[in-house]
Each structure stands twice: as C-alpha cells, then as structure tokens.
Design a protein around this ligand. Structure first.
Ligand code: ADP
Length: 501
C-alpha cells in the first residue's frame, strides 16, 4: 500500500452548496469547507445556476481545505455532484454559453408530455431506465441547443461547443480543457446513455437532436479523468474517482452487494438498491440507473423529506430549529388517524403525480403543534415504505435477496426519533453509520482506490462503521394498519390540485 501521499481531496458539488473535504489515508475527514450556491429563478418553474460561480467556489473550497497542507501530499481528487444539471460551453474559450439548467427545472414539461403522448416512454425506459421527465438532461440540452444565442454560426452550423453534466464541467476546468469526460453514473441520468450498450444511444441522440460531437467521453467512475493543472492547487493531482451524488453515497455506504439499500434524507430522499451486474428493469415506476463499478441500481426518490421540517420551521414557524422536531415528536400524543401528506410539488416515485397537493388529514381538537410535527416525520417514513414496497417487488422479480436493512444518511438522520420510527414503520433494521457525509466519502473512496490507498471494495466495506442500529419495535399488524391509513390519505390528495373559479 502506498502511503507517501496520505490525503484524498473530495469535491462535492451540490444543489445548494459546493463543498470540498479532505480525508486522510484511513478515510477519516480532516477538513471541510462549503460555499452556498446562488439559486437563479428566471421564470416560474425554472431553476438555474451560474456555472462560473460553481467552478470558482469549487476551487476556493479546495484551496481552503488544503490550508497549509502541500497539494503534493494529496494522492488523488474525487468528484461527486448534483446529477442531471446541464450546461454547454465554448470549447475554444471555455466560457459557458448559458446558465446551467438545474435538475429541478420544469421548463421542458410540455416537451416531455409530448414525448409520452407520442409513445416514446417505453423505448426511453428500455434504453435508459428513466421516464420522460424534465428532471433528466436530454430535454434540457435540446432546449439549450434550440434557444441559446451564439450556439450556431451565421450559416446555421453548430459552433464548437461542449455539453456537460456538472462533473464534466469541473473536470474540464481542473484539467484546463484537456479532458472532456463524465462518468457512467452521471451519463446514466442524461436520458441519452444506453444502460445495456453502455454508450450514447444513436436513436436517442437523433430524437433529441444532439450531435455526438458535443458529448463528453464516458469513463468508469473509478477511472483516470486527467490531472489538475498544477497552477490551480499547487501540484498536478490526478482525478481518479467521479460519481453522481446518490451513487457516491451508495459507494460511501459500502452498498456493494445486490440487495444492499441506502436511503439519503436531505431536502428530498433518495433510496437506491444495488441490483448487481445485470441491467434491472423497474415494473413499479422506479428508475434503473448505473452504479460505480459496473453495477446497477433501482432508484426511488421522494421530493419532500427534510424539506417538510424546513417548512414547519420557516413557513408555519412551529419549530425554532430542525433539530427541535425530535423533542416535539417525542412529546406528541399518539394521534392515530392523523396524516400529513407533504405533496407540496406533487408526488415523486412511485406515484409520479405532478397534480397532487399537500394536506393534513384527520385533525381533531386535540391535534396540536407536536402532533403535526410528528405526522410530518411519519410522512417521510411512510413515503420510504412506498418506495420500499415498489423496490421489494422489483427485487423479487429480479430474483435478488430480500431487503432486510436500510443504511441511512443525510441531515435528517441526526434525529433518533425519526430513525426509530423509520424502522418501526418500514419493518426494516435501520443502520446509521458514523460518517454521514457519505457522498464526499464515496468520492474519496473511488479516488483512493485508484490511487492505491485502499486495496479493494472489501477493504472499504470493512471501514464502514456503525454509529447506531434501530430495530423495528412495532408489530407487523400495527405497522400495516398505520400504512393502510397512509395509503388512504395519499389517495385523497392525488390529482387534487383544487381548481377554484
Ligand atoms: P441537503 O444536502 O439536501 O441540503 P442535508 O443532508 O444537509 O440536506 O439535510 C438537511 C435537511 O435535513 C433539512 O431539510 C433539514 O430540515 C433536515 N434536518 C436537519 N436536522 C434535522 C433533525 N435533527 N431532524 C429532522 N430534520 C432535520
């Protein structure tokens, strides 16, 4: 094992902030620095980021964590990033031609509806594992190519431009334009990359009018993505690991065996189950996606998880801090029949109902603040069960082992009451690791494997350390009864955007 360069530098470029973390050779966090990212809302439902700001923040964060440590001591850089967010830049100048269009942006909703109407959904799902939705990059890139001034020359020819997801943008800048590449996990979120052939799909490129020449080269997550220009950080550090945020978290959680599940509770919730080396197909409205290491996963996402706690704090003002939700929930009376469906922006997997809206059902005279807080935390658990039910069916159809435990991470899992309730309402053992910064950790692991700091995935799995295990305490009958109530509550809010004239 090489020990002469004892550090790993991870860049974690997220939706609301850009962070760098420095890890030592045993993958222990040594330093961390984050810079918030400006959200740009040019129109209703549109969300953009300034790509230049992203790059400058990434560079500043890297310099801040190195603080006094010579860059020559860093064995490798790992990158993890918000997925699907798309941008184009001029290959000659390296200047972005437009703001990046963020994954949350809905500007291509009508185009996606038209694709569904034209019967393209089945082909798209078969090839990419995804659903025609504005979330993914393809229609964002199509929009950019059609609408950005300066993309075409006077005689209508496409200029020398590059398309990238955020990982490729960072790689391009770190290598000063020497490498235009993205990793397989990011490619698998574009809706242009074929999970089976593991290449850009010619039929989809045609469908979305995307010339092959603008696309990055796709490389394995644990791979060679070039070397950071020494003028930037002080040494020519190799970039040896890249993965989209959820796939990086999966790696950081050491979900390496088929049937391993991780669930991340930040603003939203993303659950992924490793399905091994063959390409999965969800029959239950979840997504199929690539993992690092030539494996695949089935993924389900919930739009509102920690965001419901934020809403209670910032809009309803019944919490002074997110962490206070724990004490409140403990104090609450067990208000049976009280359900909070936080469908603020519709419902994600497995419902995919953009018209659903939030509701609190079953209020009585003794429902107070504490009961509402508890119902909100419950909702995140019930929504997780919704995902797990769909996953269980997919996993059973694929002949994989039964799901027995859930590895959790993200800001919300600091809440013990929530973790216990999650175990109770899903019936799965909930395991919380010591390091809950699993996204940056995953990127560091990938880079560290490449640099020879870790020998194998087995070596990484052995480093996964449990902070606390939560075991289901509720009887299955009681659990199912409560869940049946949740399903009724969801039924009541579906397609229910109230139209008042
Ligand atoms: P993101 O990466 O999406 O910004 P984080 O992983 O930082 O999110 O988690 C922050 C989210 O977790 C916020 O939505 C916040 O409301 C929620 N949160 C943080 N601490 C707690 C807590 N102790 N109990 C419940 N929710 C919490």
């Amino acid at each position: 094992m090489r020990r002469e360069k004892p550090y790993l530098l991870a860049i974690d470029q997220g939706t609301t902030s850009t962070r760098a973390m420095l890890f030592d050779a045993a993958a222990r966090p040594v330093a961390s620095h984050a810079i918030p990212l400006r959200q740009i809302y040019p129109a209703n439902g549109w969300v953009e980021h300034d790509a230049g700001e992203i790059w400058q923040a990434a560079l500043e964060c890297c310099r801040a964590v190195l603080n006094g440590i010579p860059a020559s001591q860093v064995a490798a850089i790992g990158i993890t990033n918000q997925r699907e967010t798309s941008l184009i830049w001029d290959r000659k100048t390296g200047a972005p031609l437009h703001n990046a269009i963020v994954w949350q942006d809905r500007r291509t909703a009508a185009r996606c509806a038209a694709l569904r109407k034209a019967g393209k959904a089945a082909t798209i799902a078969r090839k990419t594992g995804l659903l025609p939705d504005p979330y993914f990059s393809a229609t964002k890139l199509e929009w950019l190519l059609k609408n950005v001034k300066g993309v075409k020359t006077r005689n209508g020819r496409l200029k020398d431009i590059a398309f990238g997801t955020i990982d490729s943008w960072l790689i391009w800048n770190l290598t000063r334009g020497a490498v235009h590449a993205c990793d397989v996990t990011n490619a698998s979120r574009t809706m242009l990359w074929n999970l089976k052939t593991r290449g850009w799909d010619p039929q989809l490129l045609k469908l979305f009018g995307v010339p092959r020449a603008v696309l990055p080269q796709v490389r394995e997550s644990r791979g060679d993505f070039g070397t950071a220009d020494p003028a930037l950080l002080g040494a020519a550090i190799p970039i040896l690991g890249v993965a989209g945020d959820q796939q990086a978290a999966c790696f950081g959680q050491a979900c390496f065996a088929p049937g391993d599940v991780k669930s991340t509770y930040g603003t939203g919730c993303f659950a992924l189950v490793n399905t091994g080396r063959s390409v999965p197909r969800s029959r239950n409205r979840l997504l199929a996606t690539a993992l690092a290491g030539e494996q695949y996963a089935i993924e389900g996402s919930i739009f509102i998880a920690g965001a419901v706690v934020q809403w209670l704090r910032d809009e309803l003002k019944i919490l002074h801090a997110a962490a206070a939700s724990e004490t409140m929930a403990k104090q609450a009376a067990c208000a049976e029949g009280l359900y909070f469906v936080p469908a603020f922006t519709g419902l994600g997997a497995p419902y995919w109902d953009p018209d659903a809206r939030g509701a609190i059902l079953g209020l009585t005279r003794d429902s107070g603040r504490a009961e509402i807080v508890r119902a909100a935390l419950d909702a995140v658990c019930y929504q997780t069960r919704d995902l797990l039910e769909a996953m269980r069916r997919d996993v059973a159809a694929a002949g994989l082992k039964r799901l027995t435990s859930l590895k959790v991470d993200g800001g919300m899992v600091a809440n013990d009451w929530f973790c216990q309730r999650l175990a109770d309402l899903t019936g799965l053992r909930v395991d919380r690791p010591r390091v809950i910064e699993t996204t940056a950790l995953g990127a560091a692991y990938l880079a560290g494997l490449g640099a020879g700091l870790f020998e194998s995935r087995k070596d990484i799995a052995a480093r996964w350390a449990l902070d606390r295990r939560f075991t289901p305490a509720l009887k299955p009958k009681a659990r199912d009864k409560l869940y049946a109530g949740w399903q009724q509550a969801v039924r009541r809010v579906r397609g229910q955007m109230l139209k008042i004239r």
